[in-house]
Ligand binder design. Structure first.
Ligand code: MIC
Ligand code: SF4
Length: 756
């Protein structure tokens, strides 16, 4: 039976009434995104129209998902909120902490051994507070959610930016920081600025080597890494209906890479098929009763330009395979143009490693199509060149793919490694031999992110993102510029052969199967469960309250670093080797901003300590300022905090005494994380002022004591030659968020309210 089916039915029961209220208030046909948003208002039936891109809205999401690397901090905060149980169905998934090294079985055991303290902590917290726990090896959070929890028309939040994957089943699923998850688990409203809407009309039908991945690779090229900020992307059209539900999931998943709040698709037959195949016919039956509410109104799709803020059209019949990268997921190149571009840019063409998997591309369909290519190559006597790593998305996918022979197909490839059903190389949990040498090289993968150092820690690894089918083809040829549509390969007998187009099955004809799905249900009454956190642990640390604001202007502050160019959450709080400290704020703070390029010397992790005049590592210099009681600020470029939902990127500076982050623009989740943790997240009113900030400046806030919604803040930068610049900063704090700042954090405010 479906988890939480009663909750799903309740959501559907109230749909007609809430949609009617939304229609009346807005007086126009509705997009799917608006339907889901308006049926999940905290207030119930809509009583006012919310302005897209402007109004802050309180929502009531149906569920919460967390993964091990973010759940630790989320649950450490939840433990402070003083609630006996979570208010909405919630789950935690152990997937990020397992390293890929040799292969599934031994890697999983090693992962469990190394992380037992954290897994035990998560298991007992979940047990205590009524949270479902998916044990290590059960699968990657977003595949497990798609297989078990996602439902058309639902709304969920998750402490991972790729929570958006559930849009493949027609949800509005949004990535958030742990503090946001705490709000919802504590039974409070969850706030979001009413998103703008981007419509993507898909016409035609894919064929040959083109895959769902290519849709989002193309969209990323059009919109760039910040083009989706503050927006929901809604896909529709005959092309959308021709895609499988997991293919839709892939597209929504990688919507995180364009900064989109989320992406979604209307309820259709592909979703019915997928729900039924994953044992949820009951959801289909319930959804079918309100099917017209689970997709956009016909008027909207007939005249989309009238209802979306921006419209993109893609003809799937003309779409060709793409390779995106290196170092950024929006650098999109059609395979046919790749060779010339790579040569012009000096990208290494030989590939040693090709990786299939991650939360975005590890479905049964993905594996079956990639396996068909390997089978074909082996049958034609082609000896594969690169090493092929596979991370199945879930135990259910793995078990079924094993049963149906696809994993054996991969094993025919002499260099294949089947890794654990976990994130693995996608998040730097990859013990890649030789990576420490730092050699210039290329890899290709079907993951969603390819920021520098992300997969193997080597800044010179050029990572390219492609569909699993293309990854398999490149693995066979060993070259990035191999175009399977036009190029041939040399078989062992010297013959020139061409690879057949990929073939696969959307869903297993014999149905999905699994022996042990790795789920642990929580105790009915968890009040007796004891959660242990050792005071001497270096992995876990109970949180201490951040101090409240003293009501004074911040004065005499120093510029800790002016980050140059791309500064993602991977640059601010690296994953990989640092994942082990995700439950220990003080320890993980030692990675703060170590990947950011200092604009004053173009080096990483080398900033001037204004107390000594010497250069030191960013965390050490900041600790010195903190010890001396000197406030500091961080300055940054465009789309600062792009990428992950990890709130560590906001908590670390907060913990180490940074007061404000002043940038040209923010990524959505990171900006909210800063606010939640009681930091000042500000943007230059005039972007050109970024250049006025000098290394030795002393910074004074002139009117923070009048901090108010919609009112700019004035900062004074005093230069060493005695001159000064006045810089105006914009902010997006509403009154409630200003209260978080005053209280020291949003959590402090919850605790105050709990006490009253
Ligand atoms: C990622 O893909 O970067 C992660 C690791 O899944 C993150 C979450 C985290 O940092 O724990 C994300 O995308 O939110
Ligand atoms: Fe895991 Fe990678 Fe997906 Fe993040 S993007 S959840 S690290 S598989």
């Amino acid at each position: 039976m479906t988890f939480d089916i009663d909750m799903i039915k309740k959501v559907y029961e109230r749909y007609p009434e809430r949609i009617a209220a939304a229609r009346e208030i807005t007086g126009k046909p509705l997009t799917l995104s608006e339907k889901i948003l308006y049926t999940h208002l905290w207030e119930g039936n809509a009583t006012q129209e919310y302005e897209r891109g402007n109004s802050y809205v309180d929502f009531a999401p149906d569920r919460v998902a967390m993964q091990d690397a973010t759940a630790q901090m989320a649950l450490l905060q939840f433990m402070q909120a003083g609630k006996p149980k979570v208010a909405v169905p919630s789950t935690a998934h152990a997937d990020h902490l397992i390293q890929a090294r040799v292969g599934a079985e031994s890697d999983l055991q090693e992962g469990i051994n190394k992380n037992s303290e954290v897994f035990n902590f998560l298991s007992s917290v979940c047990d205590k507070y009524g949270i479902g726990f998916w044990k290590p090896g059960a699968g990657i959070i977003h595949q497990v959610v798609l297989e078990n929890y996602a439902f058309p028309g639902g709304m969920m939040i998750g402490t991972d930016s790729h929570t958006v994957n559930a849009g493949g089943l027609g949800m509005v699923a949004i990535g958030v920081g742990g503090a946001d998850a705490v709000d919802v688990m504590a039974g409070m409203a969850w706030e979001l600025k009413m998103p703008k809407l981007i419509g993507v009309k898909l016409t035609g039908k894919m064929s040959g080597w083109t895959a769902a991945k290519d849709v989002i690779l193309k969209v990323a090229g059009i919109l760039t890494v910040k083009g989706g900020t503050g927006c929901i992307v809604e896909y529709f059209g005959e092309g959308a209906e021709s895609l499988s539900a997991t293919g839709k999931g892939t597209i929504c998943n990688m919507g995180a890479e364009i900064g989109a709040t989320t992406s979604t698709f209307g309820y259709d037959d592909s979703m019915r098929r997928y729900l039924a195949a994953t044992g949820r016919q009951d959801v289909v039956d319930a959804a079918d009763q309100i099917a017209e509410h689970l997709t956009g109104d016909p008027e909207v799709y007939a005249n989309p330009e009238q209802y979306f803020d921006q419209l993109i059209e893609i003809n799937l019949s003309e779409l060709t395979p793409h390779l995106n990268g290196p170092f950024t997921p929006d650098l999109a190149t059609p395979v046919s143009e790749f060779r010339a571009k790579a040569e012009a840019n000096g990208w290494p063409l030989e590939v040693e490693w090709a990786l299939i998997g991650s939360c975005t591309n590890s479905s049964y369909e993905d594996l079956s199509r990639a396996a068909s290519i390997v089978e074909d190559a082996v049958a034609k006597g082609v000896k594969p060149k690169a090493i092929l790593g596979i991370n199945p998305g879930s135990e259910q996918v793995k078990y079924t793919a094993e049963r149906d022979g696809f994993l054996d197909s991969f094993r025919k490839f002499e260099n294949a490694r089947i890794f654990t059903n976990a994130c693995g190389p996608c998040i730097g949990q990859w013990d890649r031999e030789g990576a420490e040498k730092g050699e210039k090289n290329s890899i290709i993968h079907s993951f969603n992110r390819n920021f520098a150092k992300r997969a193997d820690g080597n800044p010179n690894t050029h990572a390219f993102v492609a569909s699993p089918e293309m990854v398999a083809a490149v693995a066979i040829s060993g070259r990035l510029d191999f175009n399977p549509i036009t190029d041939t390969l040399t078989a062992e007998n010297g013959e020139q052969v061409r690879l057949d187009e990929p073939k696969g099955s959307e869903l297993p004809s014999k149905g999905f199967a699994v022996e042990d799905n790795g789920y642990q249900a929580p105790s009915e009454d968890g009040s007796g469960v004891v959660v242990n956190v050792s005071p001497t642990s270096d992995r876990l640390q109970l949180l201490e309250e951040f101090p409240a604001w003293d009501g004074q202007n911040i004065t005499g502050a120093r510029v800790l670093i002016k980050a140059f160019g791309k500064c993602t959450t991977d640059h601010i709080s690296m994953a990989g080797p640092w994942l082990k400290y995700r439950g220990h704020l003080d320890n993980i703070s030692n990675n703060m901003l170590i990947g950011a390029v200092n604009a004053y010397n173009m080096e990483t992790n080398k900033v001037k300590n204004q107390l000594t005049g010497e250069y030191g590592e960013v965390p050490a210099v900041q600790r010195a300022y903190k010890a001396a009681g000197i406030p500091s600020i961080v300055v940054g470029d465009q789309n600062y905090g792009e990428g992950s939902s990890r709130e560590h990127a906001a908590m670390e500076p907060r913990h180490l005494g940074v007061k404000a982050v002043l940038v040209k623009s923010f990524a959505r989740i990171h900006e909210t994380n800063l606010k939640k943790q009681g930091m000042l997240g500000l943007t230059f009113a005039d972007e050109a002022d970024y250049d006025k900030v000098l290394e030795d400046d002393v910074v004074n806030f002139l009117d923070l004591d009048q901090f108010a919604p919609g009112k700019q803040l004035t900062l004074e930068f005093i230069h060493t030659d005695g001159t000064k610049d006045i810089i105006m900063a914009n902010h997006t704090y509403n009154q409630q968020q200003i209260e978080w700042f005053k209280a020291g954090s949003a959590l402090n405010l919850i605790k105050q309210q709990e006490r009253n």
